[in-house]
Design a protein around this ligand. Structure first.
Ligand SMILES: Cc1cc2nc3c(=O)[nH]c(=O)nc-3n(C[C@H](O)[C@H](O)[C@H](O)COP(=O)(O)OP(=O)(O)OC[C@H]3O[C@@H](n4cnc5c(N)ncnc54)[C@H](O)[C@@H]3O)c2cc1C
Length: 483
């Protein structure tokens, strides 16, 4: 079996004995929890689409390691074109789910980074990590597993390296070596999809110095391994999931992220799952490989998110009757320009990619970092542009319960109507989607944007004032130029 169905993936997560907490309570079945069902559905969608003929070429490929079809997220990138395809599926999938598929997406970075570094370690040190890792890779590919990547330690005092922390557990490390494996302790922060992944690949968080060998540890464990505790992230909008109606969520089906803080409380890792154990010199290479690929993945993913921002802002402008206004088009063009600049840099990184000694291709470091940073800037600017275009209702819409209320429902439906041919509910739903996509967990940014008048109102006053003084400025420069 090299491709699973969505149901098989769901069943595999249900069978786990994960120690998972959300908002202070133990979660026995993430598939029914309001904050974990959405990312499960998003990952389930990858399984579902991968099984369809029309997406076969986009989402699946041939693995030489198991001589069978595999999902592209679990593929080893031995061709330059694999990088381009990986970038494009991130954007493609986000158009469909608008959320996060970390337990599949980060598989690429973690599997490829460990593949490449274990190859280099074996070559230089004569270790057997690569052949061990190949067994794990084949297990993942044959069973089409969801694998997350846990790099980020909680890190304690950021000015101190792992070996100098007051609490040695601030970075995950080896606490005991046994004949048949190791025991590790520490905590990885905000790991996307960790509780709804089948396996967790753990890598070091930073380059390490001599003396920090116990922090140079890389391994794979099932996400419910004894001693692992998951604590769910709790961004403000997740709270609404506990009480609200699906109309209030913006992206009801897929729109929670589903990361967990993963605590390793003396977890035993058997020998066949250990891929680095004390080789401090190679930690930096592993971190670098992981980061390069994750920056490629996120550049694709965030380009997809910005496409959704553009679509949402444009639909709201249509619903408000101003879809053809010049300043709206200019703002959307600015967002698209910034977004595609990031996508272009990512593709430049792909087409100037370098082949590592193992044969895995990694994106060019300069261009992929340009892509990531420009993408971050474009997301923040895009949030502002979307909020600007959408109006203050992004943070103040009435709830589904208000709309259904006998006394006020009809009034709200009448007064919150935009263009006459657009039902009020459609307009409010789109505002909620804008709220979700632009990350508005509090009223502060939108109230700051639209309270006391929308930005365009200030631009008009500023432009009028400029026009009243511009002739004087022009006269001054002509004098200065001597004409
Ligand atoms: C939703 C979400 C999902 C995530 N998913 C994953 C995942 O799947 N896998 C994974 O491994 N990680 C994941 N992460 C973690 C992510 O990689 C980190 O949040 C990120 O690298 C920043 O680390 P931090 O949050 O500890 O912030 P910090 O490192 O504390 O950074 C805060 C600020 O401190 C500065 N700073 C840090 N150290 C120093 C220093 N020594 N000197 C000077 N300045 C310093 C930084 O530049 C930054 O400006 C996720 C994070 C989020 C929010």
């Amino acid at each position: 079996m090299a491709l699973r169905t969505k149901k098989e993936y769901f069943d595999s997560i249900k069978q786990l004995k994960t120690e998972l907490y959300a908002m202070g309570e133990r979660v026995s079945d993430p598939s029914t929890h309001p904050c974990f069902k959405p990312p499960l559905e998003a990952i389930g969608l990858v399984y579902e689409l991968s099984g369809r003929k029309e997406y076969e070429d986009r989402l699946t490929t041939h693995s030489p390691f198991i001589n069978d079809k595999v999902n592209r997220f679990a593929h080893i990138l031995l061709e330059q074109d694999d990088l381009a395809k990986r970038f494009r599926i991130a954007r493609f999938m986000v158009h469909k789910h608008g959320a996060c598929i970390g337990a599949r997406c980060v598989s690429t970075s973690s599997l490829n980074a460990v593949f490449a570094v274990t190859y280099e370690m074996d070559r230089e040190l004569g270790t057997v990590y690569h052949s061990r890792f190949l067994d794990f890779l084949k297990f993942v590919q044959k069973n089409d597993l969801a694998v997350c990547g846990a790099m980020m330690d909680v890190k304690g005092d950021r000015s101190l390296s792992p070996g100098k922390q007051t609490d040695p557990d601030a970075y995950l490390h080896i606490v005991e070596k046994r004949k048949n494996g190791i025991v590790v302790r520490g905590a990885k922060a905000s790991i996307s999809g960790a509780a709804i992944a089948n396996e967790i690949v753990v890598v070091p968080c930073t380059a390490l110095q001599p003396g920090e060998e116990n922090y140079a540890v890389c391994f794979a464990v099932p996400s419910d391994a004894p001693g692992i505790i998951h604590v769910a992230e709790a961004p403000a909008p997740n709270m609404r999931r506990l009480t609200g109606d699906e109309m209030d969520f913006g992206n009801a089906r897929y729109g929670t992220h589903g990361s967990t803080h993963v605590i390793f409380e003396d977890v035993f890792v058997p020998e066949d799952r250990i891929f680095m154990c004390g080789e401090q010199k190679f930690a930096g290479t592993l971190v670098n490989y992981f980061a390069l690929l994750q920056r490629l993945a996120t550049s694709g993913c965030k380009t997809g998110h910005r496409d959704l921002l553009i679509g949402t802002a444009a639909v709201i402008a249509d619903y408000n009757g101003i879809g053809n206004a010049r300043h709206i088009r200019e703002k959307l063009t600015d967002l698209y320009f910034q977004s595609e600049l990031s996508a272009g840099c990512a593709l430049a990184a792909v087409y100037s990619a370098r082949k590592s000694p193992s044969g895995v291709f990694f994106p060019d470091p300069l261009y992929i970092n340009l892509a990531k940073l420009q993408g971050v800037k474009a997301i923040w600017d895009g949030n502002f542009i979307t909020a600007d275009i959408a109006g203050g209702l992004v943070c103040t819409p009435p709830t589904a319960r208000d709309i259904k209320n006998e006394r006020i429902g009809k009034l709200l439906t009448k007064y919150f109507k935009g263009r006459k041919d657009v039902p009020t509910e459609h307009r409010i739903r789109m505002m909620r989607l804008a709220e979700y996509l632009s990350g508005q967990g509090s009223v502060v940014p939108i109230e700051s944007t639209h309270g006391a008048g929308s930005p365009q109102a200030q631009r008009i006053v500023i432009q009028n004032t400029l026009m009243s003084v511009i002739e004087r400025f022009k006269k001054d420069v002509k004098v200065m130029a001597g004409k």
